[in-house]
Design a binder for this molecule. Structure first.
Ligand SMILES: [Zn+2]
Length: 451
């Protein structure tokens, strides 16, 4: 049985016999870094401006197509969320918040998820970017799509949670499922990817894999390794609970074998990678001891699988390290080895005293993971994968229309500050005739996808 959430979503076959060289699309709205959650709040959208600034000063934009992203509509958000909840997000402001007392508690808005100026616009930006990334992947306009402003994995259908209001990941995956029979979601944020897991808990169309700190009431409290999925989705939720203080070597020693085994069994046709940077050492909220290189090694591993991939941000509360990490990972994704000394940039003072991309992690955090513990978790996860059908597939039907039409992107919406606009080029190479068109399809590409 397919989850009710997916009842209207069916994939279409598509051809990929003319595989082009790796193409990376990068989405950034110049306004996304100017929002404020409020004084003292650890979530700082400014980290997105700092990241983008470093990306430009390392000249990484020359190796990607840069886009000012589409803004998600009310309708886009209601693909996953309830209308009542999105109505509320659209209407509430810091000025009228006193009229919404009941809704605030109903939708869990107020403390961790405050009402701030432009909150709804912020959601439309980061969600639109993930959605457009999914659309570009679906249309073969890129092999990798990057949206560091996305990855807000805690948001639920009816409520905000953990600094997340709209779950851009679920909305992007729903779009990917129109074309892809199997989407794999991978989450390396220190917190459990609960919102995404919950959305796809009953289906084998999405395999969710989350590596996170678990225990001692660490937020959000879910993500035990015994959470496996239910009904058709049983064994399609994978959880790797870790203890505080895990270092690069230990993290990689469980990440790589688990991911390789999941890929071997599940054979995803598309990957969504949430790169929450709160799993780095010295994070303001996190308690792991990963370095930027260790975190980036996970991204490299996923990239090397050569499967179309949507790469998203997520948590990350020590601004300078978030910017370092996501800049380094942008370099990894475009195959550019960037130098350790930071280039001159507007945020340089933030990176004192060392001014390097890969600072020493001088964490006082004790590592509570043991080899025995990790071996037992890894074995448990690998044993469960034996229950996963090899490359489960679904009946292919006509594809519903794309949520957004790439043809609707107006020239005027493109950011003049962003170089290398590719919209025109993309229009020219629109592969209208590359998609499976039922009986009329003349190509003999049977076997590309298992149906
Ligand atoms: Zn997090």
């Amino acid at each position: 049985m397919v989850s009710p959430l997916l009842s209207s979503v069916t994939p279409v076959m598509k051809h990929s016999k003319f595989k082009m060289a790796s193409k990376v699309a990068y989405f950034y709205d110049p306004d996304v870094g100017s929002f404020h959650y409020g004084p003292g709040h650890p979530m700082k959208p400014q980290r997105l401006s700092a990241t983008h600034n470093l990306v430009l000063h390392y000249d990484l934009h020359k190796k990607m197509q840069l886009y000012r992203p589409y803004r998600a509509s009310y309708h886009d958000m209601c693909r996953f969320h309830s209308e009542d909840y999105i109505d509320f997000l659209q209407r509430v402001t810091p000025q009228n918040v006193q009229n919404f007392t009941k809704s605030l508690s109903l939708f869990n808005v107020g403390d961790d998820c405050p009402v701030f100026d432009g909150m709804y616009d912020f959601c439309t930006m980061y969600t639109g970017a993930s959605l457009e990334g999914a659309t570009k992947l679906n249309n073969d306009h890129c092999d990798i799509a990057i949206n560091w402003s996305g990855g807000l994995h805690h948001a639920k259908k009816f409520e905000a949670s953990g600094f997340c209001y709209v779950n851009d990941i679920v909305i992007a995956i729903l779009e990917l499922l129109k074309y892809h029979p199997r989407v794999m979601y991978v989450d390396i944020d220190i917190h459990h990817g609960d919102g995404v897991q919950e959305a796809f808990y009953l289906t084998d169309r999405v395999m969710t894999v989350s590596f996170h700190k678990y225990g001692n009431y660490f937020f959000p409290g879910t993500g035990d390794m015994y959470e496996l999925g239910s009904e058709s989705g049983k064994f399609y939720s994978v959880n790797v609970p870790l203890k505080e203080g895990i270092d690069d070597q230990m993290y990689i020693s469980i990440f790589k074998p688990v991911m390789q085994a999941v890929v071997n069994h599940y054979q995803p046709t598309c990957i969504v990678l949430q790169c929450g940077a709160d799993s780095l050492g010295n994070d303001r909220l996190g308690c792991f001891s990963l370095t930027t290189k260790g975190h980036g090694e996970c991204v490299q591993f996923m990239k090397d699988l050569n499967i179309p991939m949507l790469v998203l941000g997520g948590g990350g509360y020590t601004l300078r390290n978030v910017a370092r990490c996501w800049t380094y990972e942008t370099g990894v994704l475009v195959d550019e080895d960037i130098k350790n000394d930071l280039p001159f940039n507007e945020y340089l003072a933030y990176f004192a005293p060392d001014f390097v991309l890969h600072p020493e992690i001088s964490s006082k955090q004790e590592n509570h993971n043991t080899k025995q513990y990790l071996d037992s978790v890894r074995q448990f996860v690998l044993d469960n994968l034996r229950h996963v059908a090899y490359a489960p597939s679904v009946q292919m039907q006509d594809v519903p229309p794309d949520l957004i039409s790439l043809d609707n992107v107006e020239e005027s919406e493109l950011d003049p500050d962003i170089r290398n606009h590719q919209e025109d080029i993309d229009r020219r190479v629109e592969p209208n005739n590359e998609f499976f068109d039922g009986e009329q399809d003349q190509d003999k590409d049977e076997g590309l996808l298992d149906v």
